[in-house]
Design a protein around this ligand. Structure first.
Ligand SMILES: [Zn+2]
Length: 132
């Protein structure tokens, strides 16, 4: 029931990578800065020369919220919307899944996973990282 991502010319590479189970971000070829969400120019130096870099998928939880009313479209239970800081230093808003609300700890280690959508696409979500 999870809705498909909205794909645009500048974001297609990201969603196509998710479908392959790859987690990527754009990287500036002029100043080496990584960024997310996808955009056509570097947010730091405005260069249009960019590439993609595979990310580790590791990160930490910075903040979270669960919307109670109204319920979220396409989900049997409102997802936990969360802000993560990735190992590479960029931040991403996504869902935290597989963790009971009472077990959520700010700063907890998380790992990316991919959830299928109703149209057969995939979106990144995060789960608690396994110890060790
Ligand atoms: Zn740049």
């Amino acid at each position: 029931m999870r809705p498909d991502p909205i794909q645009r010319i500048d974001t297609a590479f990201f969603w196509e990578a998710c479908e392959r189970g790859e987690f990527v971000a754009q990287k500036c070829e002029a100043c080496d800065v990584l960024w997310h969400p996808p955009r056509p120019i570097c947010p730091t130096c405005h260069s249009v020369e960019k590439t993609t870099q595979t990310l580790s998928g590791k990160g930490k939880l910075l903040s979270w919220v669960r919307q109670v009313t109204p319920g979220a479209f396409g989900f049997p239970e409102s997802p936990i919307a969360a802000l993560f800081e990735l190992e590479e230093g960029i931040r991403m808003v996504s869902s935290l899944e597989g963790v009971a609300v009472e077990d959520i700890v700010i700063g907890m280690d998380v790992m990316v996973d991919f959830a299928k959508t109703s149209g057969g696409k995939a979106v990144p979500i995060f789960r608690a990282a396994e110890a060790g």
